[in-house]
Ligand binder design. Structure first.
Ligand code: SAH
Length: 228
């Protein structure tokens, strides 16, 4: 394993340890750590920032958006408890880095990005890296992707002002939704919503986070073709 990757994994481990009382565990699922080790983060950041690719921080990816911090990517992935048969929806493809981590673990990942250029570049990047279990869509993911519902897991990688109701609806029994909720650029809580076998939902706060805002409303739903 490359030294930089090992350093990133060590930093994630120590952040997990440091936040153990908030997240309720002292170590993440080894399968999640293996997925973090497998995805080359340097391929998902702008070339001029490659030297920082394995630092535990967010980095700009253009269009005012960011690739999330590795610790948060690992934690959010862990919270979904993804199994190899799972169908997962991601809202906010961005660089495609989190998408790749999800694709390492799930049967299939459906990912939606509202900024066309980012979504197209990520689809190209992930195909070049040989991910074949990802479906891409350009559009507003606030309303989810109902055609492929129900999902075993849904991850939102931008901050919503409230838990998007359509996403809760598109969660199957036993499904889990991870979403940052709060004000733009401040006071956000990472929330975990679980749907039980009877369809009732329970939600709890995990920890404070800082994400770019989720575009809400259903404005661009009408003309959002899948990418092929
Ligand atoms: N997971 C990404 C995070 C990117 S930042 C990564 O690791 O790179 C969040 C992304 O969500 C941005 O690309 C932003 O354009 C996108 N986004 C914001 N609101 C959205 C919406 N309603 N539907 C789909 N994507 C959205």
């Amino acid at each position: 394993m490359k030294k930089a990757v090992k350093r990133m994994l060590d930093t994630i481990e120590s952040e997990v340890h440091y936040t153990r009382s908030l997240i309720g565990k002292n170590a993440l699922d080894p399968r999640v750590m293996a997925a973090m080790a497998a995805v080359p983060r340097d391929q998902f950041v702008p070339p001029e920032l490659r030297a920082f690719a394995y630092d535990n921080g967010p980095l700009p990816i253009g269009h005012g958006q960011t690739i999330s911090q590795p610790y948060i990517v690992a934690l959010m992935t862990d919270l979904l408890q993804i199994g190899p048969e799972h169908e997962v929806l991601e809202v906010g493809t961005g660089s495609g880095y989190q998408t790749a981590v999800l694709a390492e673990l799930a049967h299939r990942v459906y990912t939606i990005e509202v900024i066309g250029e980012l979504g197209e570049a990520s689809a190209e990047r992930l195909r070049a890296l040989d991910y074949t279990n990802i479906e891409y869509r350009i559009g507003n993911g606030y309303a989810g992707w109902p055609e492929h519902a129900p999902y075993d897991g849904i991850m939102v990688t931008a901050a919503a002002s409230h838990i998007p109701p359509a996403l809760v609806e598109q969660l199957g029994p036993g499904g889990r939704l991870v979403v940052p909720v709060g004000l733009p650029y401040s006071h956000q809580e990472l929330m975990l919503v679980e749907k039980d076998a009877g369809g009732d939902t329970h939600s709890r706060d995990i920890l404070g986070v800082a994400f770019v805002p989720l575009r809400e409303g259903e404005d661009s739903q009408a003309d959002t073709p899948s990418l092929h």
